[in-house]
Design a binder for this molecule. Structure first.
Ligand code: AMP
Length: 589
């Protein structure tokens, strides 16, 4: 495929305001790419070069791109910088500078999609002394030979500014339509994606092996499995009922989720967001090499600091200090980390995802027998809600967050929140027992004394998985420090778009829309019904229309880097939390 054709599709994607049209355009695009191109086109459309766990960065700073545009078009660096200041979009700047190029344009050269991708991959690989100039030269050569329209995407892609607004679910739906003409393959594609976290690889396998290849998708060492997530219920009785009268109950540790992959002495760790975090945990890596009785395994646990002498768990904030990449080794001595392992997905060539929890746990315990740093999570198996409640109380007394109940017969549900894991956390009077992770879809300008910050609050949304849409649930205008206001303005002004993004459903019009990409954690007192929000919107008994909203929302922290927009709290979870609120709360702490 020519890059020009891809740019035409991207132009069309940019202007549509409906998700269904997006799926159609993307399906049309995919039906025109070859087996050799499909993985790369998927990565490009996602705005990346490789799946997140490979951590391939373009390494192109704004100034470098501006210089490349200047070299390619004969404009001065100041002219490019002032255009960028005006447009706030490197793509539009490249397009304008190219259209008004001061240099004699090379004869129109037609790039293929693969050529552009390969040049970008080369730019990412270039490092060390002199790499800055080399990157600028490669970019400038591309831009000099590109049409103004092509240069828009050549500039946006490495700057992370593509923002086509397609999520993984939309791409999978489009892949299904391109392959068989309907969305029927979507579930199979999703299953394959959940196992390998690499949408490009899934697309390539589909194009080469057809739908059957999706059925034979297997766990692969060093490709992280998308993590299973927990549902929530407020009481021991409800949990026991849902679990069918018997379940395991594990302590819930508040540390870093680690998915460990081991092949002989090669050990890698992946985070909840599937990024490789191996370098953060040298002591855990050594312990896996020395203590785990398996040649090849994939297992999962929570890493946190634990004082064996006092049986005391250090809170998350203490543990997080270790996160600083520097002095990781010193910290390892001062505050030894333990990994509390809670699941096993692969062992000596056998895929355990579909085996029941009971069996996975037995295998996990057998490979950890005698180990000191990597310990199986503490748990009980019970039929009694009273015993579950007592275990929960004891866990809280030990400084833990709560418990996670597990269905003894359930498989490992990769990438989904299902009732096979149910968490129960402590709640405080007048507060929801859990925080919510919401996606920023817009923001407001400050008024009155806040006007100087050019920031007055956020419009936030939950993720509706079945519609693959972001539905608004809260306007958050209080609780920001001055530093937070300044940093949100700085962050969000770069994600501003002119009109409502296609996957956002909102009745409120913020001062600025932003592409859904940042997740923030919000605490609130209560979930209420509201006519102004679209989250879970439906007809009420009195005939009016209402959705859900948050009462007294306040921000817990800045934007989080460990969650993607599709990892946000879902509409279904919000409705469940609303229903739970009406029932008895967990005992107050
Ligand atoms: P939350 O982040 O509140 O939705 O709770 C789910 C998280 O709890 C998981 O992502 C794990 O990182 C963590 N966790 C801690 N202990 C356990 C456990 N024993 N079993 C499963 N997940 C656990």
């Amino acid at each position: 495929m020519l890059f020009k054709e891809l740019a035409d599709y991207y132009d069309r994607l940019e202007t549509v305001s409906s998700r269904l049209k997006m799926v159609d355009i993307m399906a049309d695009l995919l039906s025109h790419v070859s087996k050799a191109e499909v993985a790369k086109v998927v990565y490009m459309t996602e705005g990346i070069l490789a799946p997140p766990f490979e951590a391939v960065e373009f390494g192109v700073a704004e100034k470098m791109m501006q210089e490349a545009i200047a070299v390619a078009t004969g404009h001065t660096k100041d002219e490019v910088a002032s255009s960028y200041k005006h447009t706030g979009d490197m793509g539009l700047t490249a397009q304008a500078m190219c259209a008004d190029s001061k240099l004699k344009r090379m004869s129109a050269r037609k790039f293929s999609v693969l050529e552009v991708y390969d040049s970008m991959a080369e730019i990412a690989r270039t490092s060390g002394p002199g790499s800055k100039d080399a990157k600028i030269t490669t970019l400038a050569n591309l831009i000099a030979a590109a049409s103004p329209q092509e240069s828009k995407y050549v500039a946006r892609y490495p700057m992370g500014q593509l923002r086509l607004g397609l999520g993984d679910a939309t791409i999978m739906e489009a892949l299904s339509k391109a392959a068989i003409g309907s969305r029927e393959l979507k579930d199979k594609l999703e299953r394959a994606y959940n196992i390998c976290s690499d949408l490009g690889a899934v697309a390539e396998r589909l194009f080469i092996g057809g739908a059957d290849a999706m059925d034979n998708f297997k766990v692969t060492l060093f490709k992280p499995i998308r993590p299973a997530l927990a549902e929530r219920l407020p009481t021991a009785e409800q949990i026991m009922e849902r679990m069918g009268g018997e379940c395991a109950v594990e302590q819930k540790y508040d540390g870093f989720r680690c998915q460990v992959h081991k092949d002989g002495n090669t050990v890698k760790i992946f985070s909840r967001r599937l990024e490789e975090t191996t370098s953060m945990f040298p002591d855990i890596i050594r312990a896996v090499q020395a203590e785990v009785k398996a040649k090849r395994a994939i297992f999962e646990g929570e890493a946190l600091a634990f004082n064996e002498a006092t049986s005391e768990f250090f809170p998350f904030q203490e543990t997080i200090r270790r996160k600083r990449k520097h002095s990781v080794e010193e910290k390892a001595e001062e505050m030894p980390l333990h990994l509390f392992a809670f699941d096993l997905m692969f062992l000596e060539g056998k895929d355990y995802l579909n085996e029941p929890y009971k069996e996975r746990r037995e295998m996990l315990e057998s490979v950890l027998r005698g180990s000191k740093t990597i310990l199986p999570s503490t748990r009980i198996i019970t039929k009694s809600p009273k015993e579950l409640e007592d275990f929960f109380e004891r866990s809280i007394e030990n400084g833990l967050e709560g418990v996670v109940a597990k269905d003894l017969k359930a498989p490992y549900v990769a990438g989904a929140r299902k009732f096979s894991w149910i968490k129960m956390k402590r709640s405080y009077r007048g507060e929801l027992s859990d925080t919510l992770d919401l996606v920023i879809v817009g923001y407001f300008l400050g008024r009155g004394s806040r006007a100087e910050f050019q920031f007055g609050g956020l419009l936030c949304a939950a993720y509706n998985k079945s519609r693959d849409m972001f539905e608004t649930v809260s306007k958050i205008g209080t609780g920001f420090s001055e530093a937070q206001m300044a940093s949100f303005r700085e962050l969000l002004s770069k994600s501003r778009v002119d009109s409502k993004p296609a996957r956002v459903d909102s009745l409120i019009k913020p001062d600025f829309w932003v592409e859904p990409e940042y997740v923030v954690t919000i605490r609130a007192d209560e979930i209420t019904k509201s006519p102004t929000h679209t989250c879970g919107r439906g007809r009420q008994p009195d005939g009016s229309e209402a959705g859900y909203a948050l009462r007294f929302p306040r921000i817990v922290d800045g934007a989080r880097s460990d969650k993607a927009p599709e990892d946000a709290t879902t509409t279904r979870e919000i409705i469940e939390m609303f229903e739970q609120q009406k029932r008895v709360g967990v005992e107050e702490a």
